[in-house]
Ligand binder design. Structure first.
Ligand code: ADP
Ligand code: MG
Length: 269
């Protein structure tokens, strides 16, 4: 069973972004294509540090591409992406990914649809590997942090378990805990519950709702419209490489402005 959500007064604000809320992330004129296929056509996007953007849209509309670009895994051909007013990524016709500031990349964590835990490592080892080996954080500190995060997500008993001994929902919660080890200021979630059995979806969504309560900035791609409506501060509908419509979840879901949004929602709701 999923752990009961923590009552708000018990929550220590671990993840509050101290930076001026209004200048968190800004995409200007961003365009990206794979060959002739345009997946981001002149994107403009502003995100505040306490925003939870939920990206919805048909398969192939470029949702994952947007997240991979923000993670620095793929380049853009045109435009700029600023993070807390600093240049982070700029468009470059030729380069795979032109990251101006790699220190920003470390402030972003990502979780994918298919859990990417190392199968030969225990839960604890999965969490501390990169912080200790890559980021040179002391092992003692990393272990303390890992324990605290796992306890927070109801996984303290799984510290020494291996991924093969976990349910799908537990694996995704571990993947989220692992992404939080380096204290990111932005979390990206790409359909993290799509591969889960229905009874495990809630436990993972509860973890994300917990992060939302702690004011973690998040960009979430999901096909679960009920969850989207619950967690989003803003919903963005993408289709054919364009941002078709964005707005408050109640607005977008109950009275969408664009025909394409309405047609999409009629299909999925
Ligand atoms: P979504 O996540 O909304 O389903 P994606 O961002 O994964 O969309 O993909 C958008 C389009 O770009 C799709 O048509 C997909 O086939 C194509 N695409 C994605 N990645 C690549 C790639 N590395 N090379 C070529 N085409 C790609
Ligand atoms: Mg996708």
């Amino acid at each position: 069973l999923a752990a009961a959500p923590t009552r708000p007064q018990d929550i220590r604000p671990l993840f509050i972004n101290e930076f001026n809320k209004g200048d968190f992330i800004q995409l200007d004129n961003v365009s990206k294509a794979y060959g002739d296929l345009v997946v981001m056509d002149n994107f403009h996007l502003n995100m505040k540090s306490d925003d939870r953007l939920v990206i919805i849209g048909p398969s192939g509309s470029g949702k994952s591409s947007l997240l991979r670009v923000l993670m620095g895994l793929e380049g853009i051909q045109r435009g700029t992406i600023n993070f807390q007013k600093q240049h982070y990524i700029v468009g470059d016709k030729n380069k795979q990914a032109k990251i101006v500031d790699h220190t920003i990349q470390k402030k972003i964590g990502m979780v994918f649809q298919h859990y990417t835990l190392f199968p030969h490592l225990s839960v604890l080892q999965n969490l501390i590997l990169s912080p200790v080996k890559v980021h040179k954080i002391s092992k003692t500190i990393a272990i303390d942090k890992a324990r605290a995060l796992l306890a927070r997500f109801g996984l303290e008993s799984k510290l020494h378990a291996y991924p093969s001994q976990l349910s799908g929902g537990q694996k995704q919660r571990v993947a989220i805990a692992r992404a939080l080890m380096l204290e990111p200021q932005l979390m990206l979630f790409d359909e993290v519950t799509s591969a889960l059995d229905p009874e495990m979806v809630t436990e993972v969504q509860n973890v994300m709702l917990q992060l939302a309560e702690q004011k973690m900035a998040m960009i979430i791609v999901t096909h679960d419209m009920h969850f989207a409506r619950n967690i989003a501060s803003r919903v963005i509908f993408c289709a054919n490489g364009k941002i078709v419509e964005q707005g408050h979840p109640e607005k977008v879901f109950t009275s969408p402005k664009e025909t394409r949004t309405r047609e999409f929602l009629e299909k999925v709701l």
